[in-house]
Write a protein that binds this ligand. Sequence first.
Ligand code: F6R
Length: 577
Amino acid sequence: MCGIIGYVGSQKASHVITEGLKRLEYRGYDSVGIAVRDGNSLNVKKDKGMVEEVSNSLDFVSIGGTIGLGHTRWATHGAVCKANSHPHADCKNSIILAHNGVIENFVELKHELEKKGHKFASETDSEIIAHLLEDGIKSKTMLESFLSSLKRLEGSYAIVAMTSAGEEKLFVARRNSPLVIGVGKGEMLCASDIPAMLKHTKTFVPLEEGDVAVLSRDGYNIYSLEGAEVTRKQITVDWGLDIAQKGGYPHFMLREINDQKHFINESLASDVTEGKKLIDQHSRIDIVAAGTSYHAGLMLSYLLSQTGKSAQAFIASDYSFVAKPNKDTLMVVITQSGETADVLQAMRFADKCKKLAITNTVGSSVTRLADCTILMNSGPEIGVAATKTFTSQLAVIFKLVFPKEKLSNLSQIISQMLEQEDAIKKIAPTLVAKENVFFIARGGNVPIAYEASLKFKEITYIHSEAYPGGELKHGTLSLITNGVPVIVLAPSDATLSKLFGNLKEAKARGGTILSITNDDSIKNESDFSIPLPKNIDPILYPFALIVPLQLLAYHVSVLRGINPDRPRNLAKSVTVE
Ligand code: F6R
């Protein structure tokens, strides 16, 4: 949901910011903009479109100056157009800022500012912040005005702002939207995410909720909203610059699918001791997540229920309407970004119960609301569609339930399934022109069918649905006609014989069957089949099943001319409800 970056140092800011925006683009990509201060003038270039296209056509890097800020947008308030693109300025073009988040009371503030004579150039909620600052600096310093303006905002924000006059400083703040300071030598940065700053530093300070900071070439100061100076922990990452690059693959998504064979071991190394204790201590487990992470949540609920625990997975955005957590409830939240607004809202709603978070993001908002956090350690995921973070979530979840030894050959299983890529590439053309695709599975493989279906529709724009196989006959079978693809997740486990029956039902109606199986009778009934290894522990089938289905979605997407890294209308970190 929007990426923001700020730079103050001795290098050409337009260059640093444009490069950083390319790495932040996965957070939003409908418009992009940059502002650089040169002497006492602010130069702004912005338009709708992706970073590469807009930065080339407007020649971002031609702007001189060594302090600036940039923004890549995922529209919330106002259409996708040049005027609504960030950065936004006050009436006099003397204050400029980029904002990520949603200002909930912006209508009221806008009316108030309009009455005072402020003229607005966009329909965005963000622009009001520039005008509030303008109002404030009539009688206050920029920092005082920044603090008093922030106090008036309801909602979420990560902000970077600067002025055209006075000392060259960046004013930054965060509340419910991520913002990290990058500490360089003679230069300071801030950005929504670490990879955008890796070229300049490996030392970072993740800001906490309500923090305000002032960055100059010499360093940074962090304040509370009340203006008291506070100290925050610096962290050092050992990531190479290549972690946020495609590494020779045509897309981040393909790299990330392939990287699963490595990161699965990092995730298996995560410390789940405290998490296990919390689960043991509670009689009821509510699992809360969204999208792909919800599918990982369904898996956890399935595994815990198998052990006799009372566990249920909830869609985060609906949790407050349907659940009644109490003090005996343990809430387990699963979120790779750690910033998903729906999840944060559910955590605030469940104020009486203990919370365990499973996330990929150190210092993210969920970690602050949780009593205990398990870090997935899957490295940054740039492709908008979650792939490696899903298998990492599964690894952590399985480790919460099974002894580690049971999971030791996961990397090998994933490698084996990645070897099926050529076979999958041959199947992909048969799906390219389809309108509907169905996925079926049973038992513990159903969450994988849901996830495969989400991945497929998200990046191919082909409608797809997933069901427990037994459900087809209760309605959906009416949609299975000649040539409709039915993808059957059929490992040889306890689900096989019933699933075989469901496959036959679909086949009898003319469905084209694609199976992923290690069972010969299923394979013989299929039009296409992807082999599963024969000699693996049945509990590990979910890992083997999801990898070829991620690859299938990827290759169909590419064949349809879609960029799988940036599916339309979506963004990586969903910080609005
Ligand atoms: C789909 C996808 C999304 C996310 C969802 C939750 O490929 O990535 O469905 O899983 O937006 O995000 P997190 O895990 O960051 O809470």
